[in-house]
Write a protein that binds this ligand. Structure first.
Ligand code: PEP
Ligand code: MG
Length: 565
């Protein structure tokens, strides 16, 4: 038995065996002259047969989980796998140039990807992703070391992946993914946030210890403490089974907080909302009884596809969330690809310091074609629920004015075509840069609300990269400098008569709940899994004598130890 210590990124206990996944093979695709092209063709046929079997299995399993309509994607993939044009291209490359099968598949994938990505029809353009997917299946069947996507899991497993990307979380088969382990990563990296949203336990930032985690070995993951126990002995297994049951029981017990409003002891009502990253997360939001969605990160749409998502695709995604949330408010944040590896279809270099680079509203205003597509999709969806739109990484009044102008342009384009748009859409600013906080008095007249993004706000105020484990002790959302900026923002919002929320990770820090409520924050938005605990905390809070309490927090005089959850 061996205990490794990593960063607890998403709470929960998992007991299972490891599925170690080596990803990112793009540069490793072997290229050599095939001695016997006929033998290469046979290898290709055999790989096609196995890939088809795999896809049929996906289809069967998917039918048990989701509607037939949504399972059809696997049938489309099977059809593509048998497509004569696609296969013909691979075969011709093998016979004409004596290319090995793997390389021939990668050439065909690239060719079809380029072809599809240039098509006008949005549906056909979206097929790029499918070509990549199908080709990846084939490559994997030709050589199991070439697995770009997470390998399909046959049963429950703990996925160990060196660099955990947000796209891995989006792609993860939620039925079988017990937990994630990774070598790099921090608690506030996007992938970790997505994991908490999805309620998948995770320990990240294991460093070189990660190398000790072998495929197939038995493991216990404690997403609360960051402990990873390899080859646990019987007594440890029994102890953790017990804890697993207790965690489940606690979650069950918390369900009593599902119903009814979140009210402090002295009767103040607070909106407790949930953060999501994918329409499928709405199920857990509904289960949690949240009052709404306080942050819908829309990046997943762009990350889970190899071409820019069309207006129609986006519309369907937004509509499904709004419809299912009924009258409850849904705050959708416009695109902030920010620090993610930038998709090839954007043709962008991430820059040497992507956190401070060409991202979020800067990118959207510069690429107004893309921004307008997202805005039209949002406005079309607005009639299906209660929509609020929020702009990320704002630093000036001009940015909001320009963004609002584009919202109006999108509205005119749609109404000009007779497409209905709600006239009750709220427009807000995600306050996550020090400049936005400092000039929040100037921004407030242009906004219907502020939502404070403490994740980025903390990293910019303290000059501490939220993803860098070496300085994670400096990155501290409880730092008085951060709390002062938040207080200033809320004061300015209140003077202007607009409402405020906190939607960064520290919204779920119970040590800060009292502070946030005392300064007048009206909404807290947290991962769905944290909603019930937050409601429980709010019910235990009493806001008598707030001035003294606020003073203590702003002076750093509270007995807060550590940096919160
Ligand atoms: C934040 O920065 O606090 C925020 C909510 O945005 P993200 O974590 O997606 O950067
Ligand atoms: Mg942010």
């Amino acid at each position: 038995m061996k205990v490794l210590q990593g960063i607890p990124a998403s709470g929960g206990i998992a007991i299972g065996s490891v599925s170690r996944q080596e990803l990112g093979f793009a540069e490793k695709i072997p290229h050599y002259e095939a001695a016997d092209p006929q033998a290469e063709l046979s290898r290709l046929d055999e790989a096609c047969r196995r890939a088809k079997e795999q896809l049929e299995d996906f289809y069967r399993r998917s039918l048990q989980l989701v509607a037939e309509k949504n399972s059809m994607i696997f049938q489309i993939h099977i059809a593509m796998l048998q497509d004569e044009e696609y296969l013909g291209e691979i075969r011709a490359e093998i016979t004409d140039h004596r290319t090995n099968a793997e390389y021939a598949v990668s050439l065909a994938a690239k060719k079809f990807y380029d072809l599809f990505s240039k098509l006008d029809d949005a549906y056909m353009r979206a097929r790029c992703t499918d070509v990549v997917d199908v080709s990846n299946h084939l490559l994997y069947c030709l050589d199991p070391s070439l697995n770009a996507a997470l390998r399909p899991l046959q049963s429950g497993a703990v996925i160990a992946v060196s660099d955990l990307m947000p796209s891995h979380v989006v792609q993860a088969d939620r039925r079988h993914t017990l937990a994630f382990l990774s070598r790099t990563g921090t608690r506030d990296a996007h992938a970790s946030i997505l994991l908490r949203d999805a309620e998948i336990p995770a320990v990240v930032g294991l460093g070189d210890d990660f190398l000790q985690i072998e495929n197939g070995c038995d493991v216990i993951v404690d997403g609360f403490t960051g402990e990873v126990i390899l080859q646990p002995d019987e007594a440890t297994c029994a102890e953790y089974w017990q804890r697993l049951q207790e965690t489940r029981a606690r979650r069950k017990e918390s369900r009593q907080f599902r119903k009814g409003p979140s009210v402090t002891k002295d009767g103040r009502r607070i909106a407790v909302c949930a953060n999501i990253s994918n329409p499928s997360d709405v199920e857990s939001v509904l289960r949690s009884g949240a009052d709404g969605i306080g942050l819908f990160r829309t990046e997943y749409l762009y990350m889970s596809s190899s071409a820019e998502p069309s207006e129609e695709q986006q519309f369907q995604a937004y509509k499904s969330v709004l419809e299912r949330m009924e009258a409850r408010r849904v705050v959708v944040r416009t695109l902030d690809l920010g620090e993610e590896p930038v998709r090839p279809y954007f043709n962008l270099e991430p820059g040497s310091n992507p956190a401070m680079g060409y991202r979020a509203i800067r990118f959207s205003l510069d690429r107004s074609d893309l921004f307008l597509t997202q805005l039209r999709a949002l406005l079309r969806a607005s009639v299906y629920g209660r929509l609020a739109i929020m702009f990320p990484i704002v630093t000036s009044q001009e940015e909001i004015v320009l963004a609002r102008h584009l919202v109006e342009r999108a509205r005119e384009e749609l109404t000009g075509k007779g497409i209905p748009v709600s006239d009750k859409i709220e427009i807000g600013v995600l306050i996550e840069t020090p400049s936005a906080a400092v000039i929040s008095d100037l921004l407030a007249p242009h906004a219907d609300f502020f939502s404070i993004g403490t994740n980025d706000l903390t990293q910019y105020i303290l000059a501490a990269d939220r993803k860098n484990p070496y300085i994670s002790h400096i990155y501290n959302p409880r730092h008085p400098a951060v709390l002062r900026m938040i207080k200033l923002t809320v004061d300015n919002a209140r003077s202007a008569g607009i409402w405020t929320a906190v939607c960064g990770e520290s919204a779920s820090d119970p040590a800060l709940t009292n502070f946030y409520l005392s300064i007048g924050v009206e909404q807290l938005s947290v991962a769905p899994a944290a909603v019930l605990e937050l409601r429980r905390t709010i019910q235990s809070v009493s806001l008598e004598n707030p001035a003294q309490l606020i003073e203590q927090f702003l002076a750093g005089r509270t007995d807060l130890t550590g940096k919160g959850p």
